[in-house]
Design a protein. Sequence first.
Length: 163
Amino acid sequence: MSTFPRAPAAEPQIVRIRVDRGYRPAQSVAQANVPLRLVFQRRDADHCTERVIFSSPHIERRLAANGTTAVDLPAQPPGVVRFTCGMGRYRGEVALVERRAVRFPRASILRLLGAGASILVLLAAAGMLRAELIVGLAAPIVVAIAALSFAPRLTRIRPFNRS
Ligand SMILES: [Cu+2]
């Protein structure tokens, strides 16, 4: 009986949250359907932030004072993961979104740049632009198209502060 090599476990995405009499950022965005690792970096010794409690799935963890504690969450469908301190005074959340929702709109930007280049060519052909101006306008467009063409398709997901 042959055994198939098992697919490597999906790398968890990591969201770092600073704990200092509150959670910073209090709101983050991560990808749905991928395991999520929340790394709490506690910068206080406040009794209040000693425990972090997740509602669904229900997880309770003690956060070491002035230490780092990782909490691993399973892959979950789109939604919001909420957590609070032990007394529910401080609140944080991570919005889980579909992969395409965090996709960098590269195609749209390339289309815009292409349109800009076309207009430039038309104006140049009509003799409405001086040579120096054509070069000055074309150079940044070419650089932007080149940069976008080689940029990774998916931007790295990092927490951003919406508060
Ligand atoms: Cu508290």
